[in-house]
Every structure is written in C-alpha cells, then in structure tokens.
Design a protein around this ligand. Structure first.
Ligand code: ADP
Length: 675
C-alpha cells in the first residue's frame, strides 16, 4: 500500500492524479517551479515543494531535485504523469536506487521502447506486424535515402527518440529528401538531443488506433479496449474517442491480442499504450508503445467505468489486476477534445497570455473537465499550452458527439487565443459525423474547418453595439457636444428624446460603422436595459437588450439571443451559440492605430531562436516563399513572404535568440520596389 505519493509533473495531469490518490486515502506531494507557485496543482496537494526556476530543464526535468523532494517529504512512491520524466529510464532507476516506487513499468521496458528503432526490432521478433521501413543503426544519409527510394515515395522520416510528432517529416519525392532529412534531424536534436532517424512507408489514409494495456507483477495482462486518435495536426492528437468506430469484434480482439503480445515481449508491468496504424484494408501495423499513462486515457475510463490511475497505483503496490478481461466491457461512447492555447489560423502556433475569462460547461455524469488552470492564470511559454481536456460520454457516438458540440459551445475563454472555434467546426462537419476519418482529416476538410461565418459576425456586431450602448455611461449625445449643458450627459433614460451614437468597430481588420439611436434606456440599475434603432451597412434594425453580469440578452427584429461578452481594454469577445467573435472598439478621439507596417507579418511570434536564413538580402522572392526559419517551443516555424518582393535586411542571424514581438526583417513588396 502506497502511503504518500509524489507527483513529478504539473498542471491537469497532476491534479487528476491527486484526485484519485485522495479518494484512495493516499497523501500527495506536488512540485512547483517559479512560474507555478500559485498553480492549482500546488493548492490541491497536501504538500508542495519548490524545485527551481521556470524552464523545465531546471525544475521538472531535474531528476536529482525530484528525488530529493521525495526523500525530504517521505514519499514512498512517485507518479511521473505523462511527458517530463515519465519515459526516462534513468529516472526510474534513480527511484529504485532510493527505494522509492516508480509508478510505471520496469526500467528495461522503458529502455526497450525508448527508441522507436529498438522497439521495432523487438516487435519484429515477437511477430507483431510492422510498417515496412528501415530502422537500422547505419545512419548514413545516402543509405537512408536508398531505402526510401527502394520503398517508393511517399515515406515518413521519424526520430528514433521522437515523440509528440517532433522530428517527423513526410517526404513526397526523392528531390525533397535531403532537405527533409536535415530539418527532421535538426528538430530531433533540439528536442531529444539525439538525431537518429528511421524511415517508413508513409500510409496515405491510415487511422491511428491504440490499445490500452495493463499488466501486473504476477503475470496477468488485460487490454481496456481501444481509442481512435486519427484526428491530428502536425501528427499531434486533437480529438480522441473510444471505442474506435467501424470496429468489428474480430478486429478488436486481434488488435487487443497483438497489443498484449507486444507488452509480453518486453515483460511489461503497469499501464501502457500500444499504437497501431490501421489501413483502409483492415490491416494494422505496430507503430510504438508508450510506457506511461496517455493524455487521452479519460475516454477509456468513461467507457469502461475504471479509474486507470487507481489501476496504476494498485499495480505499483504489487496488487493483482483489479479486473480480468472477461469482467471488462464497453459501455457507451466517449470523446476527448484537447483545448489548447494556440492559433489554428497561424499554423497552430502556441499562444500565451492571461486567461481573463475562463467559463466551462457544467460537469456531470456526461461531461468531465480535466484542467490545471483557473480564471486569471497565465499560459506561459515554459510548458505545453494545453488548457484543459473536455471529455464527454453518452450511450452512443451520435449522442456523445452532440454533447461534445454543446459543451464546446459552453466553453468560453478570453485573453488567450484558443482552438475552441476550430474544434467546434471540425466536429460539426458531416464527414466527422459520418466516421469518414483518417489521419489527414484536417487537411482534407481544411476549407470547412477553417471557414468563418459572416452572418454570425453581422449579428454579433449588432449585439456588441447594444452592449456598448447599455454599458457606456454617461454617454455624450452627438447632438449636443456641450458637456456643461444639462442635456450633454445622459445619466438615465429619457422617453421620447432621441440620441444618436456612432460606434466604429473593427472585425478582421475591417472597420464597421454602427449608428445607434437610443429610444429608451435605463442603465442605472444592476441589469441595464433599453431599446434602440441600429443602422448597419445601410439597414435598420429594431433592437432591445438587457445586461446581467457578463451576459447580454439581445433581441434584433424580434429574434432573441443570449450572449456572453468579455472586455479587455478596447477588445470585446462575444460568445454566441455558434462560437466567438472578437472585435475592437475604435475610439476615434484617441486616434486610430492603422499603422499598416510591413513588419507585421515578419514579427517573431514568441521567444525563440533563429535557425536559418533561406534567402539572400535583396534577392527577389515570391509570395509564400520561406524567408527564414525560427524555432519556438521546440517547433520550427517558417516565416514566409506575404507577397512578391525582397528582403532588404535581416535583423537577426542564424543562432541568435529573439524576443516574441521583435521585427525579424525588413521586407519591400514589389509595388514599392518598382515605384
Ligand atoms: P510520435 O511518437 O512523435 O507521436 P508516432 O510514431 O506515434 O510519433 O506517430 C504519430 C502520428 O504520425 C501517427 O498517429 C500517425 O498519424 C502518423 N504516422 C506515423 N507513422 C506513419 C506512417 N508510416 N504512415 C502514415 N502516418 C504515420
């Protein structure tokens, strides 16, 4: 029996593990870096230990500090969560050396699966099916390319030490090969300090189906069914579900058996996930085994009724598996949506900032939220930008999907750009409903998933104008600019007097003029309300509105809608039933910032390092051509020409550090060069 558990992690997974430990009567110890001193996981644990500065290599990744914290607090076990030290064999060994239980598999199992190449050798011997490819020790570029040429394109380059889609490149033809190999190696080196590569046949329409396995110290093994994680961007999972759709019981049994065969081949103990690619012909191939709890484990919990962290803790305490295979069954259907601080419209670039507004759907038997942040917290540059996992369950896929759509609509975040609108458009596509899904789903349905709805924008402009009219007080009448005059200020409603206010509102860099005639307004109560005539784009609308807290009940030409409005200085986010619209209220007298600076597109999106300059100064470039590559948050970002022209000057050289927001280069567009 474990008495005190240290969680060597942070954020949502740390909170999630603490919840189970508490329920089992186990004391908990959290760790925190400088950036996390006020984090939720610290508040939830019984004890918390500071382990260093914010960068994870100086805190959460420091084996010596984590072990010292466990010794200092008398913890008898460490749960590593996912990421950080969870698949670090050296860490598991340090735990063993200090008589601390590592809640994870034996050291040799982590080592065996730590390298994708080594794992493939073992699985080949255990007769687990593999994708054709080369995973040898000879790393000469010419040899790897020869294998790719022999297999035929497309191929996929992968870092042997890889994870999270990093160090991975698709190669569609022989002439792209050398550049792709160099880029993949660079990314692998910076992420894993190891650039050993393997190459595989790239399957063009596979699904990602993974099997959850558990083994105990007494030779027992079961699988807790499968998850489909095919919806991915940059090879990273976006939406996961369990059970996998279009799955026959024969295929389920075959994949479950193969997964357990893989686990047995390395004498596995604990929770593990065996990832397969499932091809259109029903054949499946081993990809890799993750020797830890997965981010998406909650969907398996929802359909099996089991607490996988409890299973892990009981197995670590040497108990036998809580259930046999026959005792496990699938009940209903579950989805998980990963809510990230990122900008899907800008190549999913991670976003940072303060969570000014964070409203979540109500949790229930159908809706679960795993999160490590609360309103007011920062999403910093230091860690993974995942804000929360939204998990829903219902009796079948269709019902669960309806719940997911509804819950995403009730998730309101402002202050940080998130992927919520993108997720919503994605799951609302007909193809997603129809289970026409493979790993290229997002690219295939790009247009639908990224399109914006202009009808909604017009309605939300009207709603915002109503809100501004009701909440701005006192308001100066444009008919009477004399602030000394008793008619210059409107402090309460005046029946039959008509005042007009013009608002200038920016949406997607376009300015809209909205003319509001106040017919009747009472904004001196806690629920301001009023009636208006609003002119927008040459049309008149009769509108009514009432504000309660951050909710506005608006009626436009007899059609009522309730929206949530959040204001950050001059920016307003309007959350409505189909998503969110973001506006800037332009205050003309304060001066409009319409600085159409060419640097705009060439600004470092966040703190990072310049990797390479790809063009010479003053060399002509075409729209879309990559000018420079920078690396931020361990991902490479291409800075591209927004139009034809030339770079007159680079402000940074390869290897230099840049701050987020810094101008990177001086670009002269072609009209300017010719004039
Ligand atoms: P990582 O460890 O970085 O997550 P994986 O090997 O698990 O990398 O692969 C991540 C994703 O990349 C898979 O889920 C799948 O979508 C895609 N992928 C991997 N190998 C192949 C392949 N041979 N053909 C097509 N897609 C692949």
């Amino acid at each position: 029996m474990i008495k005190k558990l240290l969680i060597a992690n942070r954020g949502e997974i740390c909170c999630r593990i603490i919840n189970t430990a508490k329920r089992m009567g186990i004391q908990t110890v959290a760790l925190y870096s400088d950036a996390d001193s006020k984090a939720l996981h610290v508040k939830m644990a019984d004890e918390a230990i500071h382990i260093g500065p914010s960068p994870s290599n100086q805190s959460y990744l420091r084996i010596d500090k984590v072990i010292a914290a466990a010794i200092a607090t008398g913890a008898d076990a460490i749960h590593p969560g996912y990421g950080f030290l969870s698949e670090n064999a050296g860490f598991a060994k340090a735990c063993a050396d200090n008589n601390i239980i590592f809640v994870g598999p034996p050291i040799q199992a982590i080592e065996a699966m730590g390298s994708k190449s080594a794992a493939k050798h073992i699985m080949q011997q255990a007769n687990v099916p593999l994708v054709p490819g080369y995973h040898g020790a000879d790393q000469s570029a010419a040899l790897i390319k020869q294998h790719a040429d022999d297999m035929g394109y497309p191929v996929l380059l992968k870092a042997a030490a890889g994870g999270g889609g990093k160090g991975m490149r698709q190669v569609w033809s022989a002439d792209e090969f050398d550049d792709a190999l160099a880029a993949a190696k660079r990314e692998a080196m910076s992420s894993f300090n190891d650039d050993i590569m393997l190459v595989e046949k790239y399957l063009t329409q596979p699904r990602h189906v993974e099997v959850q396995v558990f083994c105990d110290h007494h030779g027992n093994g079961v699988h807790i069914f499968e998850r489909d994680c095919s919806v991915q961007r940059r090879h990273q999972k976006v939406i996961e579900e369990a059970p996998a759709f279009k799955m026959s019981s024969t295929l389920r049994a075959a994949m479950g058996d193969a997964a357990l065969k893989a686990a047995k081949a390395i004498d596995y103990v604990g929770a593990g996930t065996v990832e397969f690619l499932l091809d259109t012909d029903g054949k499946f191939y081993f990809m890799e085994m993750n020797t830890r709890l997965q981010v998406e484990h909650p969907v398996s919990e929802m359909i099996s009724g089991q607490d996988l962290v409890e299973w892990q803790l009981r197995i670590a305490a040497n108990e036998t598996l809580p259930k046999t295979q026959d005792e496990l069954c699938i009940n209903g259907h579950a989805f998980e949506a990963r809510i990230y601080a990122e900008d899907p419209d800008n190549e999913f670039l991670p976003a940072t900032g303060t969570l000014h507004l964070l409203e979540t759907p109500q949790e229930s038997a159908h809706v679960r939220i795993d999160s490590g942040v609360v309103q007011g917290d920062e999403v910093s540059v230091y860690y993974d930008p995942m804000i929360a996992k939204l998990i829903v369950w219902d009796t079948d896929r269709e019902r669960a999907l309806a719940r997911l759509s509804q819950s995403l609509g009730e998730y309101r975040i402002d202050g940080v750009t998130t992927n919520i609108p993108f997720l919503r458009r994605l799951i609302d596509t007909q193809a997603f409903k129809d289970e026409e899904i493979d790993t290229s789903f997002i690219e295939k349905h790009h247009e639908k998933i990224f399109q914006k709805n202009s009808v909604d924008s017009k309605n939300q402009l009207l709603n915002l104008a109503i809100y501004l009219s009701l909440s701005e007080q006192p308001i100066t009448s444009v008919n009477n600019q004399d602030s000394q005059s008793p008619w210059g200020l409107i402090c309460d409603w005046r029946a039959n007097d008509i005042y007009v206010n013009n608002y200038f509102i920016l949406l997607d860099n376009q300015e809209h003029e909205v003319k509001v005639q106040r017919i009747q307004v009472d904004n001196q109560t806690s629920t301001p309300h009023g009636t208006f005539m609003i002119d927008l784009h040459g049309q008149s609308y009769r509108c009514e509105g009432q504000i309660a807290g951050n909710r506005l009940l608006a009626t436009v030409n007899g059609h009522s809608e309730s929206v949530t409005i959040n204001q950050i200085e001059h920016e307003y986010a309007v959350f409505h039933s189909h998503g969110m619209a973001k506006f800037t209220h332009v205050q003309k007298d304060l001066g409009v910032n319409d600085d159409s600076d060419q640097h705009g597109a060439f600004v470092a999106p966040m703190n990072g390092t310049i990797v390479a300059l790809l063009v010479e100064p003053n060399q002509s470039v075409k729209k879309g051509q990559t000018l420079m590559i920078m690396e931020a948050m361990k991902m490479e970002h291409a800075i591209k020409a927004t139009q034809d022209g030339l770079v007159s000057e680079f402000f940074y050289q390869a290897g230099e550090l840049v701050d987020g927001g810094a101008a990177l280069l001086d670009f002269i567009a072609n009209e300017e060069t010719s004039s």
